[in-house]
Ligand binder design. Sequence first.
Ligand code: NAD
Length: 356
Amino acid sequence: MELLDWMARGGHERVLAVQDSESGLSGWIALHNTRRGPAYGGIRMWRYRNEAEAALDALRLSQSMTYKCVLAGIAGGGAKTVIFADRIKNRPLAMEKLGGFIEGLGGVYRCGPDVGFVESDRLALQKGTTHYACHSQELRPAGEATAEGVEYGMRAALDFLDGNSELKGKKVAIQGLGSVGLPLAKRLLDNDCEVFGCDLNANVVNAAEGLGVKIVEPAKVFEVESDIFAPCAMGGVLHDLNLQRLRSRIVAGAANNVLPSPEQADQLRERGVLYVPDFVLNSGALIEGAGFEQTGRKNYETELRRIGATVSAVFQRADAASCSTHDAATGMARDILVQENQIIEQESPLKEFAQE
Ligand code: NAD
């Protein structure tokens, strides 16, 4: 593993290895950018195969988080914590120790939840740190804010293809009906869409069915003939195999890093599928959470609607440059960073990461 080389290519500032033998805590905290303001990024608990895989995940996710902040107009940068979930011996203690490491960073890193991080983890973590920047109790649930932003991005995609952002009558297939997927389904049903959905959790499936979602088998969700496929579960799902099975003309969902590598964005383009890059689309909760933290304001409808305008700008740039929407979106974010004198290298390091 050439960690320093990867960091240099990705423009990362700092990577901290965290280890505590007593609790079994081990993982990485990657700080991509702390120059634009606090670095925001969730804590991911995952069964990584090896240290390189975990480090790479932290580097890619923290870089995406900087791009997300830049395109969402947030005064902040990106970070990410990844923890080896299966090495933990005492989970509450491990979280408290992790909190101590985050506290030691002095507030440059504002952490939050991510995949595998549950409420009991938060309570234990907060014994060690005050720098937990999760969505405030004074705001609506984070997933609802994210779902609203996703709707605006979907409308922008429909407008780009059809010259009309109307959702009525459109078919949408949602993978994952959790914190984002369920409120998204509700919004779409309220707009007279035909909504298909799947989840691995029976309770969630029942709740969605009660709302009017047409339930499909998780393995079949890619094959639903639909206008929009909305991945709202895990990342990496649009690998080559699933991509071949896709029967939608638009991909627009909340899941982070839904493409295993930027190559799939090129493949989607070649297949005539309009891909809305996740980090442009799923910033609703970040906009509300960071905005509230920085200003105390509670309503962000104008900023959330701007997600749609940013998505449109990404499509136009991709069209003009004959490149994938992923490359267009990273290019837009990097242009802004260059204007801010933040980075000067022009190659997309994400592409290089993906080839490791
Ligand atoms: P969640 O854990 O609440 O919901 C995810 C759901 O997906 C769960 O119900 C789970 O059972 C289901 N699922 C997992 N694998 C599945 C599969 N193969 N097929 C069908 N269902 C599957 O998570 P969430 O908060 O809704 O987040 C969803 C995605 O959006 C994640 O990738 C997350 O990183 C991303 N995201 C979430 C937010 C937010 O505000 N919550 C913000 C930005 C990005």
